[in-house]
Design a protein. Structure first.
Length: 556
């Protein structure tokens, strides 16, 4: 048996340690052997930082040894991906400077290899992953579009491309509609003879199902779904949760305890998941993800309930066949725009969602300006939402007002691009970046803030609810579709129309006017404190009544 066949046999037998020993004792190692060595190091040391670092070095050596070959290409792809895994690794032992150096090398090597393998899908996917960690929206979209243009139309890629364009002001609603239809065309349709039939028999009570991959501790969706599951008429409704979770934590278990039944479909194939859900005889199934998260839109394409509705997790059309409705409110979708959503629009009378609030944090906090003698602005939206247009107007505000700006991202992402833009506009020294905090620390940070600045075109949602609960005014800007009008709807539902800017110039004027009129700022903060709990934003009893009345009207 020659060496190649021997290594293949050992790999098939999962004898990775033996393979490592053989390759390390080999004097003349090829790029292919180094790739195999790196893979075995990963397999034998699962979740080990040392194993990851060692494999990463081996993959780099493989690329540098044979830059122009397929083996060198494999080495580079593995080097980029393991560099990303090191960045994501929850361990302080690995120097952040080493990670940044790896990212710089990855981009340099990618530029070299792209000339030789310009359309290699795995190579392009790896660099997209890296640019996501760097927060480089332009290059993410460029390479995603390149994959689509070479006819790589994997639904996961299409979902990511559509979602990323929520941050892109150049995309309008007709673009979301167009590409959502392309996504729909690439979702698999399974043959009827593989699926059990959907029950048309009327249940004694209306059966509702909610499907999500995000029912986990501190995920935004939990604060909006929980009020509904605590406030429903058990004589009228049976509720079932369908989760797509790799693991369940305290939050997901709490949700499961509120409902009549639960199944998890994470390990199920599409066909098995469809049949398991159809077997629940659901009348109305809610999709809580859209194109985000670990969505299972293909299940809705193949229909898992008599009526299917998208709501909450993604504020736009899914484009999916058999998604019957989308829930919005009158502030979000205009009558002349309905044709740009593949679903029929269901309008709740006030606001499209409602937060449960934070009982231990509702206090009339004094404006920090009183002790600081300068205005403190903040944005706690994830850094993907902060683009150059946003930074330009924020910078003008900071240069005009005696102030500082606190930024904190809800996701782990490098902030070098943002820092460089603030530096470009001459205000970097006025911007304070906060690291990841515990949830209580995150909420308490609002006590240090006078005014929250919303992002555009992709508004904050959870962060705006949080700020208002903490009596902090939120300045937002008018949008042009569902996901860019969330700030408008939130503020209109607490009577703060004044804080809705028409354009960047108006945004600047409102920020400076409010900062220069401390009496007005203090009155707004007091009004927020007085009204917030009873407003549609947090009045979950009224919201639940509106929601379930709407659902009954569909059934009837």
């Amino acid at each position: 048996m020659n060496e190649k066949n021997k290594l293949q046999k050992l790999f098939f037998e999962k004898k990775y340690s033996e393979i490592i020993k053989i390759i390390e004792e080999t004097k003349s190692k090829s790029a292919g052997l180094l790739n195999l060595l790196g893979v075995c190091k990963l397999l034998i040391s699962s979740n080990s930082l040392d194993g990851l670092i060692s494999a990463n070095l081996v993959f780099q050596e493989s690329y540098l040894m044979e830059k122009n070959t397929k083996f060198g290409l494999d080495g580079l792809i593995n080097f980029i991906n393991t560099s990303i895994e090191l960045y994501d690794f929850e361990n302080d032992k690995f120097d952040i400077l080493s990670i940044k150096e790896n990212f710089e090398k990855s981009i340099k090597y990618f530029t070299e290899m792209e000339k030789i393998f310009p359309n290699d899908v795995k190579l392009i996917l790896s660099i997209i992953r890296l640019y996501k960690r760097l927060g480089n929206l332009d290059l993410i979209l460029f390479y995603q579009k390149k994959l689509i243009n070479i006819n790589y139309k994997d639904p996961k890629l299409l979902c990511s491309y559509i979602y990323r364009n929520c941050f892109n002001k150049m995309w309008k609603q007709n673009d979301f509609y167009k590409f959502s239809k392309i996504l729909n065309d690439n979702l698999k349709k399974y043959p009827d003879d593989k699926l059990i039939k959907i029950s048309k028999k009327h249940n004694d009570k209306i059966r509702l199902g909610f499907l999500s991959s995000d029912l986990k501790n501190f995920h935004s969706i939990t604060y909006f779904l929980k009020p509904l599951l605590k406030n429903y008429d058990k004589n009228k409704f049976d509720i079932f949760l369908v989760t797509n979770n790799k693991n369940h934590d305290d939050s997901s278990r709490e949700f499961i305890n509120h409902v009549n039944g639960h199944i998890d479909i994470f390990k199920l194939s599409d066909i098995d998941a469809i049949n398991s859900i159809r077997d629940l005889k659901i009348d109305i199934m809610f999709d809580l993800m859209g194109v985000t998260s670990s969505n299972r839109l293909v299940l809705f394409k193949n229909r898992i309930a008599n009526v299917q509705i998208t709501w909450l997790g993604y504020c736009n059309t899914t484009g999916t066949d058999n998604m019957d409705y989308i829930i919005a409110d009158p502030n979000l979708i205009k009558n002349n725009e309905k044709h740009l959503y593949s679903e029929k629009i269901l309008f709740l009378p006030e606001i499209w969602n409602c937060h449960e609030g934070f009982k231990n944090h509702l206090n009339n906090y004094s404006p920090p300006f009183k002790k600081n003698k300068y205005i403190t602005f903040c944005s706690f939206n994830n850094f993907n939402k902060i683009n150059e247009d946003v930074i330009k107007v924020w910078s003008e505000i900071l240069k005009t007002i005696h102030s500082k700006l606190i930024l904190k991202s809800s996701i782990k992402i490098e902030n070098d691009i943002i820092k460089n833009l603030f530096k470009k506009y001459g205000v970097l020294n006025l911007v304070e970046f906060k690291d990841q905090l515990s949830f209580d620390e995150h909420l308490n940070l609002y006590k240090e803030v006078d005014i929250a600045l919303d992002t555009f075109p992709y508004n904050g949602v959870t962060t705006s609810f949080e700020a208002l609960w903490m009596s902090v005014p939120v300045l937002t800007m008018k949008g042009y579709n569902f996901n860019s009008r969330c700030g408008e709807s939130i503020l209109k539902n607490i009577g703060l129309n004044y804080l809705i800017a028409q354009n960047p110039e108006d945004y600047f004027l409102k920020a400076t006017e409010l900062s220069n009129n401390i009496e007005k700022l203090e009155k707004i903060r007091k009004d927020i404190f007085s009204n917030v709990k009873g407003s549609p934003l947090f009045n979950y009893n009224q919201f639940s009544q509106n929601f379930y009345s709407l659902i009954e009207s569909i059934v009837n």
